[in-house]
Design a binder for this molecule. Structure first.
Ligand code: ASP
Length: 291
């Protein structure tokens, strides 16, 4: 089944504001695609590359995830993330995590070090601490975009998440998603991003990472819907991904996704003003866009 080519896609969130200059984010994403390409060429696994790419997206402060997180309505930073390894079917997730630099590393630790798939709240924080994950020493200076995000991301474009999907040289697929959620969310609100099957999915057919108004992605189980359309309905990647986004829009939601299939084909449909995104396509070219 597998060819030796690899490919990947990553996103920096839905809700591109018309007229806004995203050249910094585009340059950053292209750099990450190049770094991921080098790692894949050296034989790294899809899971490791997806994880490392999301760690870098979180740490950049350029997106509404990790360092660039926006606070909830009570001023707290509650972060969500998950990942899934298509080769093994294993998954890990963390929700409403506070105080740690990398939610995706916490999700990966849940997958690898616990019998569970998902931890939330106090238990998630105690677990992250027990794993020695890096804590944020000074939230006021760590969340560099706090306060700046309103000007960068006008309130009518209230979302922004990061994610990565990878097909490695062995044909393995993986997906990872990380977010601060939507602007002004209620304390305790959990969106699609940490939900396996809604905000991310990976099996041996397809890997998906979503971004947009999470409530709509949960209600339509977007990520696993694409997998099932392909597996049980025989649909192509392109048609399954487009149908899932059409379903979100039909409910009145907006957002987009990145998806990659077992042959390394990439689809990145959206029903929103745009999605900041970049990809290494199977022919070796790098694509990037915000709208
Ligand atoms: N989907 C995320 C959420 O609802 C937000 C986003 O993608 O920007 O939490």
């Amino acid at each position: 089944m597998s060819n030796k080519r690899f490919s990947l896609a990553l996103h920096g969130g839905a809700g591109s504001a018309p007229g806004h200059d995203y050249s910094q984010e585009i340059a950053h994403m292209r750099g990450l695609v190049e770094a991921a390409r080098d790692r894949l060429a050296a034989g790294d696994s899809a899971l490791d590359v997806a994880t490392a790419t999301v760690v870098a997206l979180e740490a950049s402060g350029l997106y509404i995830a990790g360092k660039g997180a926006s606070p909830n309505a009570a001023g707290a930073y509650e972060l969500d993330a998950c990942l899934m390894d298509g080769a093994s079917g294993r998954a890990g997730s963390i929700a409403t995590l506070q105080g740690f630099e990398s939610p995706i590393l916490a999700a990966r630790a849940v997958m690898e070090k616990t019998p569970h798939v998902m931890l939330a709240g106090e238990g998630a924080m105690a677990f992250a601490r027990s794993q020695g994950l890096k804590e944020i020493e000074d939230p006021a200076s760590w969340f560099t975009q706090a306060g700046a995000f309103e000007s960068n991301h006008p309130p009518d474009h209230p979302t922004g998440t990061v994610g990565c999907v990878v097909r490695d040289a062995e044909g393995r697929l993986a997906a990872a998603t990380s977010t601060a959620g939507v602007f002004g969310k209620m304390p305790g609100r959990i969106g699609d991003s940490p939900l396996i099957g809604a905000g991310a999915w990976a099996d041996d057919t397809v890997a998906v990472s979503c971004t947009g108004q999470g409530e709509f992605f949960i209600r339509t189980a977007v990520a696993v819907q694409i997998a099932h359309r392909m597996r049980f309905g025989g649909e192509s990647l392109e048609s399954a991904a487009a149908a899932a986004i059409t379903g979100v829009a039909a409910l009145g939601g907006d957002g987009g996704l990145i998806a990659i299939d077992r042959d390394g084909r990439v689809a990145m449909p959206f029903a929103s003003d745009g999605v900041k995104r970049a990809a290494l396509l199977p022919d070796g070219t790098i694509f990037s866009a915000a709208f």
